[in-house]
Design a protein around this ligand. Structure first.
Ligand code: GLP
Length: 241
């Protein structure tokens, strides 16, 4: 893994945006894998700025998001579709039909998982997958214990993950208990992976990723088996390494 040290969150966002823009410029029809959560928000702001300054275009870009909550419609303010529209898509020159997010309110969720996985394969996999990491090492919504061979699937969210994400909801009851996520196998098929880690509260997880063993009990550890992973982390996140 290639580790890039950043000063702080702003610096991570800037460095990550340069990385993403370079990839977009290098490829003919780039396919990006996108993540949600707090970590990539700064990256998306930088991408919007660079797009507005006409330094990069998203007209030829296709995106696949990692995951979506089950039971939230696209216009629910806590759905990841809403997040992506608000924080990136509606501010850049991307065609909205080229943006893909699992449909968490599909009638047949299993069918939705299969269709989503197939769509990614039809696009010849993801060129650059952006990832954050959960405190328990989850990537996407692949919780500890998830097989490294999984494809897009339906998951029960861990209690700790629901707690970590409860800050976005009005009440505990509103926090979904299920999600659709691309699998670890799907993520590992990506040609390149960019993992962003920020803040002291992620220091333990980053230390375990870099120093610990490869185990399904810590999903992110699988990244050590991928040939092309870059980690951009700030000083706070690197403080326990
Ligand atoms: C969420 C998302 C992940 C994200 C992670 C970390 O549950 N499903 O894709 O990477 O948790 O989130 P944050 O960046 O807010 O710490």
């Amino acid at each position: 893994m290639n580790i890039i040290s950043a000063k702080d969150y702003q610096d991570i966002s800037l460095k990550a945006s340069e990385f993403v823009i370079q990839t977009i410029k290098e490829l003919d029809k780039p396919v990006l894998g996108l993540a949600t959560g707090s970590t990539p928000e700064g990256l998306y702001k930088c991408l919007i700025d660079r797009n507005n300054e006409k330094q990069v275009s998203f007209q030829e870009v296709t995106t696949f998001n990692l995951d979506e909550y089950v039971g939230l419609t696209a216009n629910h303010p806590n759905s990841y579709r809403y997040y992506m529209n608000e924080k990136l898509f509606q501010h850049i020159d991307i065609s909205i039909e080229n943006t893909h997010i699992p449909n968490g309110s599909a009638k047949d969720l299993e069918k939705e998982c299969v269709a989503y996985e197939e769509l990614i394969q039809q696009h010849n996999c993801i060129d650059l997958q952006i990832l954050g990491i959960g405190h328990n090492g989850h990537i996407g919504f692949n919780e500890p214990g998830t097989s490294f061979t999984t494809r897009t699937h339906l998951v029960e969210l861990a209690e700790t993950t629901r707690k970590a994400n409860a800050r976005f909801f009005n009440s505990w009851e509103e926090v979904p208990s299920q999600a659709i996520t691309t699998g670890i196998g799907t993520i590992m098929d990506s040609k390149q992976i960019l993992l962003l880690v920020s803040g002291e509260d992620k220091a333990e997880a980053l230390n375990r990723l870099l120093d610990g063993e490869i185990s399904e009990e810590f999903p992110a550890s699988v990244l050590k088996e991928h040939p092309n992973v870059t980690v951009i982390a700030d000083e706070a996140a690197l403080s326990k390494v």
